[in-house]
Structures are given as C-alpha cells and as structure tokens.
Design a protein around this ligand. Structure first.
Ligand code: NOJ
Length: 815
C-alpha cells in the first residue's frame, strides 16, 4: 500500500509542480479503458496520461556497483559547477556522442558510438548480423558471443559506450522501420536477447545502452514537426504519443527492459516520441517511476539525439545526460543548442535545480565507468572515427579533442568466422519440398535477383541502391562494410567444386518481364536460386510488407518455368509471401540481415554444411491486412497534439493476436524447419519453490526489480530426439496458458522458455526450462504487483507456437 500512497502524493505534486511536465489533456472516450479505476486509486492516471513521479531517485550503489559508486562520489566531489554541466551534456566531437575530458582529474571524456550491429562510424570494423537475425537463432550462447565480439570492437576503437541493444521497437507493428534493429515481436525472447547482448558488451569492457525507452514502436512522427522558419522550440505538431495502458506496459514493452536492468546495463536511451502525453525523455513516470524506482536502475539515462525537449523538467523527470548536447545557448543548429550545458549551471546557481540532483546524474554516469574499469588503460578514440563522423564533422567542434591514438586500427580479429556461423545458424528454413535442400552438387545453377550480386555504390547501404546484396538496414543502426561477401561470389566459389555452370540474372525488371527460358542455357537449371531483398531504415516506416523491386513477379516468372525454385530473402523482417504455396517453389529461406559474410553463410546452408536451425521471431501472416496495430501514419486534423497512437490492441501483438482471434497464418511465430526431424516426449513439471503465494515477497529492490520475481519456481523438462538421419539443432519452446482467473485480455499462450539443442541422428537429450515467478505472473494494475493467478496453468512445449507436442498442467497457488 505504501506504493499506492506514494503515487497519490505524486499526483498532487503534479498539480503543484510547474515543471513543464506535459499533461496535454488529450482525452478519449471512456471505452478506451479496459478497467474501471477504483476511486482514490488513480495510481497511473488514466490511459493516455502520465502522472508525475518525483523526485528522481538517487542511485544507491547496490550490489556489485558499490566500490565504483564510491569512486564516482569522490569524482563528483572534485568538480566545479561548469564541469558538472559538461559531464551531463554532449558536445560535437569525434564520436556520435561526446562527453568532454577533464584533464586535471585524468578523465579522458566519453566516446559514444552507434549501434546495434556494428560500431558504425569506423573503418576496419566488422558488420555483424542484425538483431532480428540473431534472434532467429534462439541461441543464448550465440547471442552472448555476438554481444561480446561487438563489445571488443567498440572498445578497441576507443568507444566507451555502445548505443546498443534495441528492445524498442519490440515489434508492435509489422511495418515499423526499425524492428530489425531489435530482436523479436515477443518480450520473453527479446528479454533474453537483451540480457545476453548486454552481458556480452559489458564483459568486453564497453558500456551497453538499451534503447529506446519506451514505446518507440513506429518511426512516423517520432519527432515533432518544427516551423522551418522558426526556432527549434517553434513546434507545429508535437511528436506522436504512444498511449499504453499499465498492464500492457509491464507485460510487453517494459519486460525486456527489465532484463536489461537486471543485466546491469550501464545506461538507457530514452525514446524520441511522447509516452502517454509526455515526451519520453522527460516522462517522470517512465524514467523515475518504472526505470529507477520499480526496476532499481542504477545507471544513467541519456536522451536520444535531439530527444530532449526541456531543461529543468527533463532533469527532474529523470534524464541524466543530454545528447548530442551543445553549449547551452539554445539555438537552431543541431548539436549546438542544448537545454542542458550552460543552462544547468544557471539552473543550479539560481536554485531551480538542486545541485544534489546534478551530482546524482554524474554519479550515475561515472559508476559504470569505474565498474567496467574504463579508467584504466582504455584505448584512445581512433582518429579515423572523427573523419568518418558526418554527424558532427570537425568543422562543428567547439571544444578540443586529443586524437593521438593510432589511426584506422583493424579491430576485426577473427570475428568473420563468428559472423558467418551466426548468420548461417539464424537462417530460417520455411519450406523444403521434394528434397530441394540441401543442394546435391548441382551442375547447372541459375541465380536470379538484384539481391544476389555486388553492391554497386559505397560501403553503407542506402534505400536507393537497386543492385547489390542487402546485409544490413539503414540509419544509425547500420554498419560500414569493410567488405561484403555477396551470395553470387560465394556460390561461384562453392560451385567450382562441382565444376558447375553458374549463370546469373540480376535485373529484376528483366526477369519479371521476360520468359526465363529465353535467358538460361542449355536446359532448365538443376536449381534456380532467387535472391530477394526488403529495405527498412530508421526514420521511415515500411510502406508495404512485400519484398522490394517486384520480387513477387520475379518469383512467379522463375517458378513458371523452373520446377526447383528456391527463394532466399534478405529482409528486415516480416514479408508476406504470396507464392509460398506455389508447387514449383520448393524451398524458402529467410536470411534477414546477415552482416558481412552474407554469401558464405547462405552457401553453408544451401549446401548443407550447416543444418538450418533458425526459427521465426515473428509471424508471417497470409495477407498484409491480417496484421493488427499498423503505425499511425496519417492525420486528418492539424492540432498541435493530434498525433496519438492508442495501443488499443493491448497485449495482442503478433502471435498473441493471431491466436486470440484464431486467424490462420502462413508461418507462425517460432516456426523453422531443419534438414532432419525431431520429436519431443516425456514432459515433466516440478515445483521448485516450497510454496508459491500469489503475491511475491517484497524484497529490497535490486537492478531488475524485486528479486523475488526472478526466482525459479518450476523446472520443466522434456526429452528431445533427433529422429532423422543428419545432425541438427532445434529449439523446443515452452508456452504458458494462464488460468481462467487471470484478468480478461490475457493472450491464449505466451512464450516463457526456449532452449536450443544440437543432436546427432538418433540422439536424445533432456532439455530443461526454468520458470521464474515473473513468467507465471500477470501485472495487477490495482496492487501494482506481479501476481501468480490462482488456478490451473497449461504448459505446452513444441517446435513453434502452433506446433505444440507435449502438455503439462500445474496449479502453483494453493488456495
Ligand atoms: C537517433 C537514433 O534513434 C538512435 O538510435 C541513435 O543511437 C542516435 N540517433 C545516434 O545516432
């Protein structure tokens, strides 16, 4: 009840604190609410509004961070107020984000670099597989290894902070432009991926930055529209507001970020858009309430670039670092104006902001710096990063940067091998008929599609590049390719072993409009490999869910004459595949964005050197119109606050929706074939906790929240057997169906366990899933707690969300 009282008090504060907290008053008919709020329990304010949660909680240096916290305290004690302002405000400089050095204290400053699949602004660095690709492996070890290898490269280039990984967007909408930067349209799988990636980054010595917190589920109107002739505060229309109810917030969007806090992520990046009416980077409910208080986050919150819309209210609302910052005289040039900078000094000097809050901001920034040992022998920023940085080129620098380190360092190590392996293991085999795959030393191979060959322009992909293999998407989440192995190059190399004829046709328009029998010689090829691509990028949502460049027509044209048409997609994620059931389309592989070894990894799968084990981290529907929750892309009104996105589908995104509405789909969440077959048997569920009360014990908050939520309360095991005749790996998945007593709107089943297992032919192994208290709980909006509902749970284990083989029933809460 203490928490209830606290929020009521916060509500009162909201009325009296003139801090600019945005309560924009947009209202909606009552039927938008799934619940009736009991009187005097306006804990979270109505859906679409955001109550103030003040003051911003101080870091306490709990657990492993204790020593580092003490060092950070000492550091802060030595700073002048101007230095304090510098510590919380970015400056134009060699990296995408820069905190300037304080030489008298031996502090070299901080270099922040994008992004989630590579250190972006760098040469001689690797481009790894994208988030969606690595999520398709469902492989905890590979997720960690990728995170670690990436971390090594950031560190070796002198970046202290990696602006990675992404859990927002989560994948509410199939069309969202940045889904591929994140992992899966499911909080559990994304949560595991976040945890593994963050631990990988940080074990390598670099700070991780889970982003974009929170509700960043579309690109359209993610930022305000400004008057082109006015100043930066001259807003015509505010950014979109993601309006999310409390239960949905906890069970979907906050869930993977809780894993991120638990993994001790150093920093969080708040999102561009508004959340329940108030900008995410000044939303005190999200930053102070959910993140710092409920989840016990001890690190710092940085703004997305230009996502800060106020000074004092952002600071009070929980923002600790303004990026990209600037000097503080608020102006129009990006990177120069800032609500922080000198304004922080003024605000402290005139008493508007308490200096202790600024101290806490810096303690939060410096604790992970010390914890990761970044104060000892950290590599200097590679000067080539400065040359490549188009975001803040040298001409914009106001402060001096010491760039005496070695230029153009090659930081790739042996990562190519891992990248190749990762992308091969991530490839999802969606269809394989007439034993089309693996290829059996074909003598005549025809390759089709503009995705197969070499890029014809530049090291960084652009939306307008018609020709060339698409191995990463666009925007800040992309990478600069030191090299890229195209599928065509790799197939040519491999086919030499069989002295095969390799002919290729890379112009989609010509393939689609010609009779392919006029193209190839001398007879129908043994295998027709069609490579298709689908672009997605930051700043824009996808306009359609089909493959790009007439890809559908290309498939139809090839399949009309080739009865062994094998389609490979390089895509940001969801594509509807209208030709999936075409009898001549014998195999389909979804390879997503594989990174620099694209060609080699697909050859490994095509020729069977790697047995595909990828599983879909989203659902492929039959029609694009089957998906719910499209982005909000058009407004018929022009009011300042009119961009509103109501997350009315609540928990029903992706398979949760298709299951709830009983819609048949092409390929369901979790689906993926192999060159062998598997079976599951002998499910067993054993209670581990002595007793399981519905309400968790209130333990002192640790990073990740109440530790009781992370305790294992059940162990579930199944036997998995490779029933085929080649070695292969599969991913048994555990889905939970909650009892009837759970509040309305609970999805029919939810992923709560998975484990990849590799098996020799005939081999059988026991696979275990640990169910934590959180896994069997729902978020109760009244008590503001995770509760295990009374009644019978159904635990189903299978190879996808719709291929469930074994069922166990448990009743954890005794009444
Ligand atoms: C904006 C993007 O939203 C964010 O993900 C990125 O890290 C920054 N720009 C810096 O490039």
């Amino acid at each position: 009840m203490a928490r209830v009282a606290q929020f009521v008090v916060s509500g009162l504060l909201a009325a009296t604190v003139a801090n600019g907290q945005s309560f924009d008053g947009t209202s909606r008919s009552e039927d938008a609410f799934s619940y009736v709020q009991p009187e005097n329990t306006t804990i979270l304010g109505p859906y679409g509004h955001s109550p103030a949660v003040l003051p911003s909680p101080n870091a306490t240096g709990t657990g492993e961070w204790k020593e580092a916290y003490a060092k950070a305290q000492e550091f802060v004690a030595k700073l002048t107020i101007d230095e304090k302002a510098d510590m919380v405000t970015g400056q134009p400089g060699p990296c995408v984000g820069n905190i300037v050095a304080i030489p008298r204290l031996g502090f070299p400053g901080l270099c922040l670099q994008d992004g989630p699949l590579a250190i972006r602004v760098a040469d001689y660095a690797s481009v790894f597989a994208a988030g969606v690709t690595v999520a398709s492996t469902w492989d905890r070890d590979l997720l960690y290894e990728r995170g670690y290898a990436m971390g090594q490269e950031f560190k070796a280039k002198g970046a202290h902070v990696a602006l990675s990984p992404v859990a927002g967007p989560l994948g509410r909408s199939a069309y969202a432009g940045r889904n591929w930067e994140g992992f899966a349209a499911d909080p559990y799988l994304t949560g595991v991926a976040m945890e593994k990636t963050i631990r990988g980054h940080q074990d390598a010595g670099v700070q991780a930055t889970p982003k974009h917190f929170i509700g960043n589920e579309q690109e359209t109107q993610r930022n305000p529209t400004y008057n082109p002739n006015g100043t930066l505060t001259d807003v015509i229309q505010e950014a979109l507001s993601s309006n999310i109810d409390d239960r949905t917030m906890h069970e979907l969007y906050l869930w993977p970020f809780a894993n991120a806090v638990r993994a001790q992520a150093a920093s969080f990046m708040c999102a561009y858009q508004r959340l329940n009416g108030s900008y995410a980077c000044e939303n005190s409910k999200a930053l102070n309430g959910l993140l710092k208080e409920e989840l016990g986050f001890q690190g710092y919150v940085m703004s997305d670039w230009g996502g800060t819309h106020s000074g004092v209210s952002s600071i009070e609302g929980g923002l600790d670092m303004n990026m990209p910052g600037g000097l503080g005289a608020y102006g129009k040039t990006p990177g120069v104006g800032s609500f922080f900078g000198k304004n922080v000094t003024y605000a402290v000097n005139n008493g508007t902001v308490d200096e202790s809050r600024v101290d806490d901001m810096i303690i939060r920034i410096m604790t992970p710096y010390y914890w990761l040992g970044q104060d000892e022998d950290y590599p200097e920023v590679d000067p080539s990063s400065a040359d490549l940085n188009t975001f803040s080129p040298r001409s914009t620098w106001i402060r001096e940067f010491n760039l005496t380190g070695e230029r153009s360092r090659d930081v790739r190590g042996d990562h190519a091998e891992l990248i190749r392996k990762l992308a091969a293991e991530a490839t999802v085999l969606l269809k394989n008929e007439k034993q089309a795959l693996p290829l059996k030393a074909p003598k005549n191979i025809a390759i089709f599609g503009n995705d197969a060959g070499e890029n014809t322009m530049g090291a960084v992909n652009e939306a307008t590049f018609e020709f060339g293999n698409l191995a990463a998407g666009g925007g800040s989440g992309t990478g600069r390719f030191t090299y890229l192995v195209s599928p065509l190059e790799a197939i040519k190399t491999r086919a030499k072993e069989d002295d095969a004829l390799v002919q290729y046709f890379l112009n989609n328009t010509q393939i689609a409009t010609n009779n392919v029998t006029d193209l190839w010689v001398p007879a129908t090829p043994d295998a027709c490999l069609v490579f298709l691509k689908t672009w997605a990028e930051e700043g824009a949502d996808r306009e359609h869910l089909t493959v790009d460049y007439n890809g559908n027509e290309v498939v139809e044209s090839v399949a009309k004459s080739c009865n062994n048409t094998i389609v490979i997609t390089h895509s940001s994620g969801i594509n509807v595949l209208p030709w999936a059931n075409h009898p001549n389309v014998t195999a389909i592989l979804a390879a997503h964005y594989p990174g620099q070894e694209a060609g080699n990894s697909i050859v490994d799968v095509l020729y069977g050197d790697v047995n595909p084990a990828g599983h879909l981290p989203y659902t492929i529907a039959k029609n694009a119109t089957d998906y719910n929750a499209p982005p909000t892309t058009e407004l018929s009104t022009d009011g300042t606050h009119d961009w509103q996105s109501w997350f009315d589908e609540k928990l029903e995104i992706d398979y949760r929706y298709f299951d709830a509405k009983n819609i048949s789909v092409q390929y369901e969440f979790g689906f993926g074939l192999s060159y062998t077959t598997f079976s599951i048997s002998d499910i067993n569920a054993e209670q581990v906790a002595e007793s399981i009360p519905s309400i968790p014990e209130d333990q002192p908050i640790q990073p990740g929240g109440n530790p009781a939520l992370w305790e294992t309360i059940y162990n579930v095991t199944v036997a998995v057997t490779n029933s085929g005749d080649v070695k292969g790996a599969t991913v048994p998945q555990l889905y939970v169906t909650f009892p009837d007593s759970t509040p309305e709107g609970t999805p029919p089943k939810q992923l709560r366990g998975f484990e990849k297992v590799s098996l020799a032919p005939g081999e059988s192994r026991t696979v275990g899933f640990e169910l934590m208290r959180r896994d069997l709980s729902y978020w109760d909006i009244v008590s503001q707690k995770w509760l295990v509902p009374e009644g019978e749970f159904v635990l189903s284990v299978g190879f996808s969300s719709r291929d469930l083989k074994e069922v166990a029933k448990i009743t954890p809460v005794s009444v």
